[in-house]
Design a protein around this ligand. Sequence first.
Ligand SMILES: C[S@@+](CC[C@H](N)C(=O)[O-])C[C@H]1O[C@@H](n2cnc3c(N)ncnc32)[C@H](O)[C@@H]1O
Length: 207
Amino acid sequence: MDKAISLVISELERQSTLQRGGKVAFPPDQEMLAITYDTGTFFSILIQAIKATRILEIGTSSGFSTLWLADAVLSVMKRKKQRPAIFTIEENPEKAKWAEANFRQAGVDKMIEIIPGQALHALRSLRRSKAVFDFAFIDADKEHMIEYFDLALSMIRVGGVIAADNILYPEHFRRHTAKYVRHIRHMRNIQSVTVPIGMGEEISIKL
Ligand SMILES: C[S@@+](CC[C@H](N)C(=O)[O-])C[C@H]1O[C@@H](n2cnc3c(N)ncnc32)[C@H](O)[C@@H]1O
């Protein structure tokens, strides 16, 4: 792993562990709601396996997951000469600023574009610009997961992967995540599985 990225990930992981423990109160703008370290490693392996360099993320928060994605893309770049492009969408301006500072500290700010605002709006505008991605990660509000998936799918290349967080936990999301899984499992051009890692990840490949 890149040293500068690893340092920022370790610091954020420390904060995330404190938050998950629930013993320290954080204001809402500093709530990370981050993926677990194992999930970051898992995504890194997936990205390297499919040689992804064009990444779409819906839900940036502190940028913890984005840093995992960026590190994996840098590993791919060593072997593949293609311009990396990571687009990550965040509606909360304070969190976007926080993520930006973390990207700068990790030395990856030039390869990541934070798109401010509502995910649905941002995704429609990316689609109009004919963007194409190898890997997408859905991790924003759970109410619109299906719309996020359908929009992401229209921009994902064949052989590309869409991951979604919180499929199993917290349990109060299950009403939405169960619908999301049912929606995907009915698609003929998608192969998909729920992986019980972290909060539960739905991993879907476009056939
Ligand atoms: C679970 S957190 C993302 C965590 C991040 N992916 C990580 O693992 O480090 C969800 C983020 O999505 C943002 N968000 C929620 N609904 C959104 C929406 N409709 N459009 C854009 N961002 C949204 C929230 O502000 C929050 O920062």
